[in-house]
Design a protein around this ligand. Structure first.
Ligand code: DMJ
Length: 644
């Protein structure tokens, strides 16, 4: 899932990244360009003037101007046959007074047209001169963008036609029960408030500052305006039947989403939010634009894999293709949860583009991992992409590790259970995790701790709470037929995470909580007391509801929704809060894109019917974007064969 570096108010922030270029030389070049542009305009006005003056001279039959062959351009509406003109292009002269009269009328008409054009050109030139340098620069930039767009359109090869996978359960999902429906309607209204606020105050920016009422971004998106909230939220809008809003977002994507920007982005984040979001929108709506944009972006991520081991860099510059790792990561390492959370989206990209490169890249990562020794059977969070060696021996099912395990299970599910290699890796990893990281507290709460330098830290993150849902999802098909055991484990984790919410003042969960020195499921350090609209606990409630139908999960989900409404809603959207143990908390002033992509979507699904996006036909990526199960065994993709 995510890494601490991605958390806006966690203790470990990523240092601000160099945007990668200085504006100075660009500025000078643009100035010269705008001056040239003005000169060109004046020159063109002057030429128009001379050209017009030529025609304003007294009429003379000696002027053979029609012989210039311009008449078709100048008077295109004149029918050559009716007007006595040879199809070859010349007027037939000398046919009496009637023709001469008509000839004079034509010339008069032409003179008027030239006069009007001339005046308009002068007006336009005067208008341009009135504009500020900035306005002119912006106009030039818009023109340049248009040309670049046109060129790109010309260059982009069409994607091969591939059959649409079987899509099941895309409908309204009406739960029937009026009380449940009312709750679902409330979630939909919350989604609308979050979207409308972003639409109003942050449109095109990555995220929203709901109190300052302006756009917001973090360096995971490379300080470039990529409309992350639009792409991330779109499938939720579709699922909730907010179709006008969906169309609005689609239009923005069509016109504005451009990946040839000088931006250094997180490969993981862009994959789960953008590629995942675009793919889900494509499958749900069938609109080609999403597939095309996903393919353009996926191609931009490929240079991140140019490392000695094929383990990708954490970041890549979308324009230059240069990659690197986070400065804070142990010994220049790549992060397990980042390079291990690409599989689902990349398999779909190979399927849709016919390019096996995506599939091969993620399978290569898997092969590398299989070759390595695992201390106590556990996967450390850090792996050096140059040497292929582990960094520090830290293992976590929360930040830095989480979605790696999730994607092993989901690779198997997404392949219609054909990818048994992934299932085995999942089973083995979970076995080691149970043995070394999962414990019961004195008060009887099951928790998942973190392995650090040879000892167990009795602390669990909000991020780790997703694991309850993962255990339930993986119960069927587990090794030694321990389905009951894993469903029970899922229920215990859900219970612990609910306790972490229930033991706060706001009834919202802290970022991390301890099971130590008499403390049970509560945060200790001030910088672990925040709630940033995260989805993991609600995600687990939804999976548990689908597998058990125990009404407590809907009840717990509703409690969380009410707490979010009460403590996080402001007039400009929804904000995270800095202390869930305070009755008057301060806001962090960020409406995270995953709030719309995940938190509200899981809540909506919790109050929908089970046959809406059923779990045997759809697999949700780690950002809650549903992708259909693919039946790829022995499939030949257009142009190339995908092999295992
Ligand atoms: C989301 O971006 C994804 O769920 C990711 O896997 C983990 N972090 C955030 C939400 O907390």
């Amino acid at each position: 899932m995510t890494t601490p570096a991605l958390l806006p108010i966690s203790g470990r922030r990523i240092p601000t990244l160099n945007p990668g270029f200085s504006s100075f030389p660009h500025h000078r070049a643009t100035l010269r360009l705008s001056e040239k542009f003005i000169l060109l305009l004046i020159l063109s006005a002057f030429i128009t003037l001379c050209f017009g003056a030529f025609f304003f001279l007294p009429d003379s039959s000696k002027h053979k101007r029609f012989d210039l062959g311009l008449e078709d351009v100048l008077i295109p509406h004149i029918d050559p046959i009716k007007e006595g003109k040879h199809p070859g292009g010349h007027i037939i002269h000398g046919q009496g007074g009637h023709d001469e009269h008509r000839h004079r009328e034509d010339e008069e008409h032409l003179r008027n047209k030239i006069r009007a054009d001339h005046e308009r050109a002068l007006e336009e030139a005067k208008e341009k001169l009135k504009k500020s340098r900035e306005e002119l620069r912006a106009e030039i930039q818009t023109e340049k963008n248009k040309v670049a767009q046109d060129l790109k359109k010309k260059d982009s090869k069409p994607l091969p036609p591939v059959p649409m996978p079987k899509l099941v359960g895309i409908h309204d999902g009406d739960p029937g029960d009026p009380d449940v429906k009312e709750k679902r309607d409330k979630i939909r209204e919350m989604m609308k408030h979050a979207w409308d606020s972003y639409r109003h105050y942050g449109w095109g920016h990555n995220e929203l500052k709901p109190l300052a009422k302006k756009g917001h971004s973090t360096n995971i998106f490379g300080n470039s305006q990529m409309g992350a909230t639009i792409v991330d939220a779109l499938d939720s809008l579709y699922i909730m039947g907010l179709h006008d809003e969906f169309k609005d977002g689609q239009e923005w994507i069509e016109k504005n989403l451009d990946f040839s920007v000088n931006a250094e982005v997180s490969v993981f984040e862009v994959n789960i939010r953008f590629i995942g979001g675009l793919l889900a929108s494509y499958y749900l709506s069938g609109q080609e634009v999403f597939k095309i944009k996903a393919a353009q972006l996926a191609e931009k991520l490929l240079p991140a894999f140019n490392t000695p081991t094929g383990i990708p860099w954490a970041m890549v510059n979308l324009k230059s293709g240069v990659g690197r790792n986070w400065g804070w990561a142990s010994a220049g390492s790549s992060i397990l949860s980042e390079f291990g959370t690409l599989h689902m989206e990349f398999v779909h990209m190979s399927y849709l583009t016919g390019n096996p490169a995506y599939y091969n890249k993620v399978m290569h990562i898997r092969k590398q991992l299989q070759k390595m020794d695992r201390p106590n059977g556990l996967y450390p969070n850090y792996l050096n992409p140059r040497t292929g060696r582990w960094g520090q021996h830290h293992t976590s099912v929360g930040g830095l590790g989480d979605s790696f395990y999730e994607y092993l299970l989901k690779a198997w599910l997404m392949s219609d259970k054909a990818d048994t290699e992934a299932r085995k890796m999942y089973d083995d990893a979970i076995e080691a995790i149970e043995k070394h990281l999962i414990r019961k507290s004195n008060g009887g709460l099951t928790f998942i701790g973190e392995w650090k330098n040879g000892h167990l830290e009795r602390k669990m993150g909000h991020l780790t709470c997703f694991a309850g849902g993962m255990f339930a999802l993986g119960a069927d098909g587990s090794k030694g037929d321990k389905a009951g055991h894993y469903l029970q484990l899922g229920a215990e984790i859900a219970h612990t995470c609910h306790e972490s919410y229930d033991r706060t003042v706001l009834k919202l969960g802290p970022e991390a909580f301890k099971f130590d020195s008499g403390l049970e499921a509560v945060a200790v350090r001030q910088n672990e007391k925040y709630y940033i609209l995260r989805p993991e606990v609600i995600e687990t409630y939804w999976y548990m509801w689908r597998f058990t139908h125990d009404p407590k999960y809907r009840q717990w989900g509703w409690e969380a929704a009410q707490a979010i409404e009460k403590h996080c809603r402001v007039s400009g959207g929804f904000s995270g809060v800095k202390d869930v143990y305070s009755s008057s908390p301060t806001f962090d002033d960020v409406q995270q894109s995953f709030f719309l992509a995940e938190t509200l979507k899981y809540l909506y699904l919790l109050f929908s019917s089970d046959d809406f996006l059923p779990l045997d036909s759809w697999v949700f990526n780690t950002e809650a974007h549903p992708l259909p199960v693919l039946h790829l065994a022995n499939t030949t993709l257009s142009g190339s064969r995908v092999t295992r």
